[in-house]
Design a binder for this molecule. Structure first.
Ligand code: HEM
Length: 170
């Protein structure tokens, strides 16, 4: 059976090595805290103003400022900076934290669309860092889609005949 990581590679088109090229350099040291704050602010401004209501509504229960902080603290921590996210929120456990949301292929593409635009717009990030980040984001997005699929299989699968309970005739 394919692991979630393997599914993520297949669906995203990003192999494992490219996805984790963020670990071959310290992007936090290179870019600094403010750059990550700027990126997440730009990204979530696009998300919260998305003309696609179905996507915007996925974020309806979160305050924009909180979503921004959660995201940049995770990015900082994952890309070589201090563990800001874990200090405040605990273990990232990304699949578990996305459990309440419908993370479909379509949602992943929309998320990536906004992140691509935010990266294109970022004048404080060099091209090499942008490529590493986007590959990581793409792979992670599809890792979450794979996790979402698993959730749907274990919760929403229709009862199968093989496991039906037969009541004894009275
Ligand atoms: C694939 C499409 C995705 C969807 C639909 C999605 C949706 C969401 C939503 C609705 C939230 C709640 C906002 C908040 O209160 O913080 C969230 C949080 C978060 N997401 Fe995603 N996300 C996606 C992809 C990603 C990716 C690719 C990453 C990482 C690279 C990521 C990292 C996070 C983090 C760190 C949080 C904060 C969790 C917390 O603090 O509880 N997400 N996401």
């Amino acid at each position: 059976m394919q692991t979630l990581q393997e599914k993520a590679s297949e669906w995203s088109g990003v192999d494992h090595e490219d996805a984790f090229a963020i670990d071959q350099t310290n992007l936090y040291q290179k870019l600094g805290l403010q750059t990550f704050i700027n990126l997440s602010t730009d990204f979530y401004t696009r998300v919260y103003e998305d003309e696609e209501e179905w996507f915007r509504s996925i974020f309806a229960d979160s305050k924009k400022e909180d979503a921004i902080q959660n995201q940049y603290e995770f990015f900082v921590q994952r890309m070589g900076g201090p563990p800001l996210f874990s200090q405040r929120r605990g273990h990232p456990a990304l699949i578990g934290r996305h459990r309440p949301f419908d993370v479909t292929h379509k949602a992943a593409e929309r998320w990536l669309h906004h992140m691509q635009q935010a990266l294109d717009n970022a004048t404080d990030i060099d091209q090499d860092s942008k490529t590493r980040m986007l590959n990581f984001f793409r792979h992670t997005a599809y890792f979450l889609v794979a996790g979402n699929d698993l959730k749907n299989q274990s919760q929403g699968a229709p009862p199968c005949k093989h496991a039906a309970i037969k009541t004894a005739p009275e």
